[in-house]
Design a protein. Sequence first.
Length: 278
Amino acid sequence: MSAAAECLQTIADYGLRSIGIGERLLPRSDFTLCQQVTLIGSGMIWNLYFGVLALAAGFVLANGLALAKASPRRWLRRPAEGFIFVFRGSPLFIQFFLAYSALVLLPREGLSLFGLTLPTGWMARAWAGALLVLTLNTAAYSAEIFHGALRNVPKGDLEAADAFGLTGWARFRRIVWPTMMRLAWPAYTNEAIFLFHATTLVFFSGFPAFRQEGDSLYYASYLADKTFNPFVAYPIAAGYFILLTLCLIWLFGVVNQRLNRHLPGRARRLRYRPNIIR
C-alpha cells in the first residue's frame, strides 16, 4: 500500500474518532505524521463544539446582562453587576475546578452543596459541564464589552430615533442594538478568539472523557507521551488553532462589513488587534 493510500485509510479510521465513529482503539506504536495530524484534527471537533455553542449561548446571555447592567432598576442591575464581577474577577481554570468539584466530586460522594442536590448524570460530563463554564465565562466578558458599547451609542442616533417617533422595542432593535454591535464588534472578535483558545482548558478541567474520545489537546498529550516527543504533536495542535483563528478573523470581518455597510470601503475593514493581556 502506498503512503498516500495508507494516509487516506488512516483518515477514514481516525478522522471522526473523537465523536465515536471509526476505530475505537488508539494506535500504540509506530506513529506516523498522518496519524498524529488526523487524531489531533479529530479532537478539534470537540474544540469547535465547545467554542461554537458557548459563543452562541454566551452572546444571547451577554446581551441580556448588558441591558440589565444598564438598567435603572437595582433588582436588575445589581445581579448583573455581581455576575459579571465574579466571572471576570476569577481565573477560568478556577471556575473549571469549582464546577468539577460541584458537578462531579460532591455527587460522587453523595454530598450536597448548600443543601441542594446536584445533578449526577449528563452535567458531570465534559460536553455539558465544561460547556456551561465556558458559556458563563464568555457571557460575563462579552456583557462588559456590550455594556461599554451601549453607553457609547451616539446621542445623535438616539435623537434621530426620537425625531422619527421610534420608541421602546422598535428604537432598540433598529437604532440602539445595531449601533451597539458596530461599536463592540472589534473587541468582541478578540473575545471570540480567546474563547476558542480557552477550550483547550477543558482537557485540564478534570471532567472525564468518554471512551478516550477527547479534544485536540487530549490527543496531542497522548501522542506526546507515547512518542516521548512533544515537538510534533503540540505544534500540530497549535497549527490547527492558528488556522481556526484565521477563519474566525475572516468570519467576524464579514459580519463587521455587514454591520458597517453604510460606511466607505476602507472603514468597513476589521483590523485584528490582539490583546496581549486579557
